[in-house]
Design a protein around this ligand. Structure first.
Ligand code: NAD
Length: 469
């Protein structure tokens, strides 16, 4: 039986005339249907969000308390939400539970953040106060890899700072987020958090909507650029969290066996569908083959399967488009001299399963190296000199995250500073916590999420200057 969930608009659960189907990627069968939000319904959500602004921005303590209650409500419903998430996204159930638990933690962390205000001493003035005020209605647009986490990363800071939200999940994974809207609805004043569902066109309507003062978008670089264009006529504020092509650089004298497990996990977590997953690994020539062999051995031992099966290590790729794209990149790699050390084929004949691929012997301009694969295929590249590898890692338009691995941490941290990436890890990759800001340089984004820095992106400065008597 397929499930149906409703949108949350102005505190009501709303269906729509049109519906769209959501596939379970492990079995390629329809798992549920979601409402296709009409233009009128979007207008209602925006009007409700505008209307709710005035009273919502008055009382920060009540907002803190509501965010904490949201965390509790999420935790109390972890089983239901996680199962739904696995069935529409594909990830193993244990990882889905971590996504729900992590999102609850983000609500709690954000609830305690200070909204700064500063008094400045200016001669001739009684007082000069620099305040942070809410922007207004926030349009939040979400991808399909971590649908709940990426939504909460926007909802929590936007609401704490006194904004109201209209949020749209990806059409591939709308069900858990819509259900979350239903579960939180009685905790939040009506109109403050509206959740609508639909395709890319709905995202375009949201980006162009005159009620919106800020767009917080997570997704692909191409869609991010069109969102920026839509925002321009209205000078809407923007946070863009976009794609990456994260390099991991292994320094000389590193034992590949000692780090292979960590590298593998950081590349193939969520079947490689993580914006900050390792997307290419640079290895000194003398340990190149050994590194490939270590990673290939791990790849061969991975158990693929339905995320609801507790023995599953990796689930399917989320959708047919991505499934075909990763296969296309692997086929292109083979045609261009790449050696497939492990995986690379389809697993089974149902579901979007791909065996994790370890690929060697590619040039930097091969598509699998130069583009964001966002799936389970990893190119390993040899290098000779540190200067050379820094230049190669920095070439191109991506600038999201990177990592440097070596026994000399000081040297690794110095090299990290040479890399043009927003977040560079040393001897780790994928450590994501609410206190630490994350955001991309170059084409990987504008602005950051998380920590006090992310919070400020939902505010603008106001100065109140009182003259001396
Ligand atoms: P996508 O850009 O196709 O879609 C993301 C969302 O934007 C969806 O809700 C979609 O319906 C909507 N959308 C698409 N076109 C739009 C447009 N022109 N205007 C407004 N909205 C539009 O991305 P995706 O395939 O869902 O997600 C994968 C991409 O997201 C990858 O590139 C990945 O790196 C990136 N991502 C980045 C981060 C980060 O924090 N930097 C996190 C997760 C995913």
């Amino acid at each position: 039986m397929t499930m149906t969930v409703k949108m949350t608009i102005d505190g009501e659960q709303i269906a729509s005339e049109q519906q769209f189907e959501v596939l379970n990627p492990a079995i390629e069968e329809v798992h549920g249907t979601a409402p296709e939000c009409s233009r009128d319904q979007l207008d209602s959500a925006m009007a409700a969000a505008e209307h709710a602004l005035h009273s919502w921005r008055q009382d920060v303590d009540s907002r803190r308390s509501i965010l904490r209650q949201c965390a509790e409500r999420m935790r109390a419903n972890t089983e239901e939400l996680a199962k739904l998430l696995t069935q529409e996204q594909g990830k193993p159930l244990a990882k889905a539970k971590r996504e729900i638990g992590g999102s609850a933690r983000w609500f709690e962390y954000t609830a305690d953040l200070e909204i700064p205000s500063t008094l400045i001493d200016v001669q001739g003035q009684d007082s000069v106060e620099v305040l942070r005020r809410p922007l207004g209605v926030v349009a939040a647009i979400i991808p399909w890899n971590y649908p709940v986490m990426t939504a909460v990363w926007k909802i929590a800071p936007a609401l704490l700072t006194g904004n109201t939200v209209v949020l749209k999940p990806s059409p591939y994974t709308p069900l858990t987020t819509l259900r979350l809207g239903e579960l939180l609805n009685d905790l939040i004043p009506k109109g403050v958090l509206n959740i609508v569902s639909g395709g890319d066109v709905l995202g375009e309507w949201m980006s162009c909507h005159p009620a919106v003062r800020k767009i917080s978008f997570t997704g692909s670089i191409s869609a991010g650029k069109s969102v920026a264009l839509s925002a321009a006529p209205d000078l809407k504020r923007l946070t863009l969290e976009l794609g990456g092509n994260d390099p991991a650089i292994i320094l000389p004298n590193t034992d590949p066996k000692a780090i292979a497990d960590k590298l593998f996990t950081a590349a193939f977590e969520n079947s490689g569908q993580v914006c900050v997953a390792i997307k290419r690994i640079f290895v000194p020539e003398d340990i190149y083959r050994e590194t490939i062999d270590e990673l290939a051995t791990i790849a061969r031992g991975v158990k693929l399967g339905n995320g609801l099966d507790e023995n599953t290590d990796l689930g399917p790729v989320n959708n047919r488009k991505q499934f075909e794209r990763v296969q296309e990149l692997v086929a292109d790699a083979k045609q261009n001299g790449g050696t497939i050390a492990a995986g690379g084929g389809r697993y089974g004949d149902k579901g979007f399963f791909l065996e994790p691929a370890i690929v060697g012997d590619l040039a930097d301009d091969a598509r699998l190296v130069a583009e964001e694969q966002f799936g389970p295929a990893l190119p390993i590249l040899p290098y000779r000199e540190i200067e050379e590898v820094i230049e190669r890692a920095n070439s191109g338009k991506f600038g999201l995250a990177a990592s440097v691995w070596g026994s000399n941490k000081k040297q690794a941290a110095e090299i990290a500073q040479e890399l043009d990436y927003g977040l560079v890890w040393v001897n780790q990759h994928l450590n994501i916590v609410p206190q630490v800001p994350i955001g991309g340089l170059k084409w990987s984004g504008i602005g950051v999420e998380n920590g006090p820095w992310g919070l400020l992106e939902y505010t603008e400065l106001q100065v109140i200057e009182v003259a001396e008597d």
